[in-house]
Design a protein around this ligand. Structure first.
Ligand code: AP5
Length: 348
């Protein structure tokens, strides 16, 4: 990194989760009514998963939670601590200590709200070959309240930021907090970025998603998430991804001077950049051989992290997307959303 950035220019809210990750047989998924490559919220019937993983499989504990993942990756690439500030709620326990330490090591300035009576959230990451299925037990993450953002220190961190990123996952927790951050971004004419996060968000939380959409300058999603959004909107079920992107971009927007941008990833197929009144652009992905892939858990989050690391430096969308692909390609070769060594992204 060449230019020194102001601390705290990137602010986000999300669910701080500790990932409990293990390879499991397909039978495990079937027993819990889960599918490969899905992401769900835990119901009562899923609660035994976490103990079963720890007791019966070679489970690894990894720092998780979508926005925190993206911020850790952005910080790794930036190489300058405290550019990113993260808000979320954890319990008062060992898992929270692990998350705090991982955030600090990565250079993320985590301002956690603490729930005294609820444990830190966890996410079961069930690995079947090169696929993964996620089951999040939000626990303390679900206790986040808007008062946390109203604390004077946190309020000023939000006021002083220049870029804002919140995942769609946070819509299940506290839409008023999202609206508060989005409104600040809008009032200050600063970019507000969001992620569709998982198909279930569009299926079950469409109204709060539509409420915040007018504020969203850049929307990220993968193919399944974009298609779930399209279906929930009643757009043709077999709609082409480019057309879905065009329609996402065309949804109502408050600041019409800065038209919305959609960035849709498609695994190892090219990333689509969809902008108002411009042809769709494709950015190729260097496909990894199967033997190079450890797991794809966190690929989408790492993509966003790489993107943000360049976006906050004012780099072009082209550079931001190439860095997203670089970061995703790197973390796929590591367990969960983790990295190894120094980043080697060249921006030309
Ligand atoms: P997870 O959904 O696994 O992570 P993700 O970041 O979304 O990664 P995916 O593997 O789903 O990638 P994608 O489908 O989004 O993107 P795509 O395949 O297009 O989530 C992991 C985290 O979510 C966990 O840590 C967990 O804690 C958290 N989480 C779960 N539930 C939560 C909740 N309720 N709240 C908060 N957090 C929650 O790929 C993206 C890019 O990767 C591509 O553009 C490309 O660059 C690269 N790529 C993909 N495949 C290849 C390949 N074969 N070769 C080379 N590059 C590739």
């Amino acid at each position: 990194m060449t230019t020194k950035l102001q601390e705290g220019i990137l602010v986000g809210c999300g669910n701080p989760l500790l990932d409990i990750s293990a390879p499991v047989p397909m039978e495990f998924l079937q027993r819990y009514g889960m599918k490969e490559d899905d992401a769900i919220l835990a119901e009562d019937r899923h609660m035994p998963i976490y103990h079963e993983l720890v007791d019966g499989y070679q489970a690894e504990y990894l720092a998780g939670g979508s926005v925190q993942n993206s911020f850790r990756i952005a910080q790794w690439i930036l190489g300058q601590p405290n550019v990113a500030v993260f808000f979320g709620c954890v319990g008062k326990d060992r898992y929270a200590d692990i998350l705090r330490q991982k955030a600090r090591e990565a250079g993320v300035n985590a301002h956690y709200q603490i729930s005294e009576e609820t444990p830190t959230g966890t996410c079961a990451v069930l690995i079947t070959g090169t696929h993964r299925s996620l089951c999040a037990n939000l626990a303390a993450a679900n206790r986040f309240t808007i008062d946390h953002l109203e604390q004077p220190v946190n309020k000023s961190l939000i006021e002083n930021a220049l870029y804002y990123y919140i995942s769609g996952f946070f819509l299940t927790v506290n839409p008023p907090s999202i609206m508060r951050v989005a409104a600040t971004a809008h009032a200050k004419q600063r970019p507000f970025l969001m992620n569709l996060s998982a198909p279930f968000i569009s299926q079950l939380f469409m109204q709060p998603l539509l409420d915040v959409m007018p504020y969203v300058d850049i929307i990220f999603g993968n193919e399944a998430e974009a298609k779930a959004f399209a279906t929930a909107q009643g757009w043709a079920a077999d709609e082409d991804l480019r057309e879905i992107g065009r329609r996402l971009v065309a949804l109502d927007k408050l600041n019409s001077a800065r038209p919305r941008i959609a960035i849709l990833t498609q695994g190892c197929d090219p990333v689509l950049l969809i902008q108002h009144d411009a042809p769709v652009q494709e950015f190729p992905v260097t496909r990894l051989a199967v033997h190079e892939i450890v797991d794809t858990n966190g690929a989408g989050d790492a993509f966003v992290g790489g993107f943000l690391s360049q976006f906050v430096q004012g780099k072009s969308l082209d550079v931001c997307i190439r860095c997203g692909n670089y970061a995703a390609g790197h973390i796929i070769k590591n367990p969960g959303c983790t990295y190894s060594g120094d980043p080697h992204f060249v921006d030309q």
